[in-house]
Write a new protein. Sequence first.
Length: 335
Amino acid sequence: MTARVVSTAAAAAARWPPAFRDGSFQAREVKDFREWTDVVNSHFPWLEHRNHCGSAFTASLRTLRFGNSHFAMITAGSSEVRRTRQLAAAAESGHIKLIWQLAGSLDIEQERCGAVIRRGQSTVIDTSRSYRCRLSEGAQFAVLTLPHEACPGWLRISRSLCGTVLAAPSALRAALGAVMALTDPALGDCDEGGDSVLRAVQSLVTTSLHQSAEGPEQAGHNGSRLRLAQQHILSRIGDPDLDPDELASALCMSRRSLYMLFKQHRTTPSKMIHDLRLQCCRQVLDEPAHLGRKITDIAFDHGFSDYATFSRLFKQQFGVTPSEFRLHGRGAPLS
């Protein structure tokens, strides 16, 4: 059967009245592909749709919103969604989409990465960049959509994770179970307890994504402590007063123990702080959505107190100045 393509537009979402309100988990069953595209576009706009189903198309969507986060359970026939570069540029902002495959399979690609996600596996995509997802017949999956800031350090690790099978399955299953608990009708509308659960889920997701991104050399107890150090730095990346003493206090370690931990990984606390700040700045400079921002503002937002120091360290790390990177180096792989 020839794939049928339906392109999204801003009007597509407007045609479908909002069916779901904050804090209420509700469902929609459809038996028509055109109707399905409208339902999907009301929650996941700026997509192209292709129908690969050889028989009558059926699908269902159950969704739960909490503020700027969104959880959905989806079952659908063989089909495909694409976000092109043009549609990604048209979207207002980028989000993290964490996907748990519950049945069937999902063939996913984002830029140069791709994988087939099967039952029990998870993947993640960044909606600020182009991607493609093709569902097998009867595929069922859960999707948690979070803003970038929900995962400190996301911009630094995203390109190594998107479109891959994620590691750390236990923590990800725990995160899914926690969100699923909020969908219990007996709980009624989400309240402050639901917000607390979501914050815990975000913490689990952040830990899981960083575990998936780290190399095998960071495994084990000391690797976990180093990862906690990274997460704390990323959560305070904009604080110019962040220093090794504050980091040691946050990790409940002495200054000497902190330096011994970092020495095992052939670095120092100060170097890690600078490196993470530089990597985050480089990632922001590489994002089309931030082309209009002043480089000085980007540096200050990531904890640098003066532009001269930032520019000098950036050139030492990457071989070009921030201005040269923005002008000529965009799209280069991160170190």
